[in-house]
Design a protein around this ligand. Sequence first.
Ligand code: ADP
Length: 203
Amino acid sequence: MSNPAVIGLTGGIGSGKSTVAKMFGALGVHWVDADIVAREVVEPGTPALGKIAEHFGAEILQDDGQLDRAALRTIVFKDPNEREWLESLLHPTIRDELARQLQPENYHLPYVLLVSPLLLETDQHTLASRAIVVDVPVETQIERTMSRDNNDRDQVERIIAAQMPREHRLGRADHIIRNDRPLPEVEQQVQELHQQLLDICRD
Ligand code: ADP
């Protein structure tokens, strides 16, 4: 079989990306989570963490050698140049690692999924031939994120405001999963889309 097609799966915070990805996983679909990869590329011993420590100084590391994310966030929040420096290091590193993990050693389906909140905001979308958007109304997004992460409404609203607006994201979708309904109905949509993707990607 030739390389599997890469299908992007995205959505705002709390829209249900992980929930939907697990449903595809239950159908045997291989998927890679960009949030996990983003953490893996800065684990102790990685070249990216070495460059970050060199640039920002050792105070950016915790005692156990892990990246101090909160300290790094504070720096780049205050200084757009530092943010740019960091993104120009991390985005290509993450993209390369995603590309590597999207080539499973053994696969039997004609497509794999790239699950990423930043699929459409970064050049990650160039790895994917189609995009699935998991969509819920903003109020649902806020309520679900608050109860999952124990965040207050202000925090969640700030995160949503920093992400791509809902209508814009939907405008870039090739497929939409409506997740403002009971899970069995979402599962039904996933099964139908899975069949559709098998047909499209086999050609
Ligand atoms: P994301 O990965 O996009 O941030 P999650 O998959 O973690 O979102 O979903 C956010 C929260 O909403 C989780 O606690 C999840 O269990 C819950 N959730 C997701 N889909 C549904 C649904 N259809 N009905 C009820 N709760 C849901």
